[in-house]
Design a binder for this molecule. Structure first.
Ligand SMILES: CC(C)=CCC/C(C)=C/CC/C(C)=C/COP(=O)(O)OP(=O)(O)O
Length: 258
């Protein structure tokens, strides 16, 4: 009821930082398993509050440089948990969540990739909130991928224009073949998703670490000190209140004004 006084963000993105530090501090064997439980609680809070899009940074391309056994155990956990999310009594079924995975999915091993593809396929007709999982992801890779796709599309267009002769003249030829912001946005993984209103990075870190660089121009950044497994409803509410205080300023900004 406190939050309902102000605007509820449509989209919150999380950098779930501090799982290994939590494991070390509490002397448990894996922080990522506890991190996943924290994720389920946070998703529940978000959806109950009315947030329609949640995006999480689950595994960056740089994380593949970690020790092979750590990469393997994170991937195993990822597969196990994605499969669990598709079970009948999961949070995905309860809220009708549509799951997206953003990243270079070719970098995943076959088992994880199959689970990822199944999750996208099985939830594609769901009409509830959207959960986007960034896996084998970096923002610079996403942007490079979008530029490549836009250039291919423009090259195809050029070829067609050559084949048909340049009936509309050179000026139109140039405007039609130039890669624009709109072209690029169409080819980002986030193409059907609004930009995040809030980005929360736990553990007090203040860097974006190659996460949603294109989409974060006007996002409200929050860096609460708890490690990800310690992040609770109280911290989420605080982040949203802080966003609501900043809202009159944020409201007047949009990429279209640039
Ligand atoms: C199916 C699904 C969505 C699973 C997600 C599971 C999960 C919680 C993954 C977190 C992965 C990760 C690299 C977190 C960063 O903490 P860190 O390992 O870098 O810890 P540190 O910051 O203490 O070093």
């Amino acid at each position: 009821s406190v939050l309902s006084i102000g605007p509820i963000p449509d989209h919150i993105a999380f950098i779930m930082d501090g799982n290994r530090r939590y494991a070390k501090r509490t002397q448990i064997s894996t922080g990522h398993r506890v991190g996943f439980s924290a994720l389920i609680s946070v998703l529940r809070y978000c959806y109950e509050i009315g947030v329609k899009y949640v995006t999480i940074y689950a595994f960056s391309i740089d994380n593949f440089k970690r020790k092979p056994e750590e990469v393997q155990s994170t991937m195993d956990l990822m597969k196990e948990k994605i499969d669990e999310l598709l079970e009948e009594h999961s949070i995905v079924n309860k809220y009708g969540i549509r799951m997206n995975f953003w990243g270079n999915l070719n970098l995943l091993n076959d088992a994880v990739r199959l689970s990822v593809e199944k999750a996208m396929r099985n939830t594609s007709n769901n009409t509830g909130p959207v959960l986007s999982v960034c896996v084998a992801y970096t923002s610079t890779n996403e942007i490079a991928h979008a530029i490549e796709k836009s250039c291919c599309q423009k090259t195809e267009m050029m070829k067609r224009m050559h084949a048909n002769g340049f009936e509309n003249g050179v000026v139109e030829k140039n405007t039609q073949t130039m890669v624009t912001v709109v072209d690029l946005e169409m080819h980002l993984f986030s193409n059907d998703c609004p930009d995040p209103d809030i980005i929360i990075r736990t553990s007090g870190e203040t860097r974006l670490s190659n996460f949603l660089l294109w989409q974060s121009s006007f996002s409200h950044l929050q860096n609460p000190t708890p490690l990800w497994p310690e992040f609770s409803l109280r911290h989420l509410v605080w982040a949203i209140l802080s966003y609501q205080r900043a809202y009159p300023y944020l409201q007047n900004r949009s990429k279209k004004m640039l």
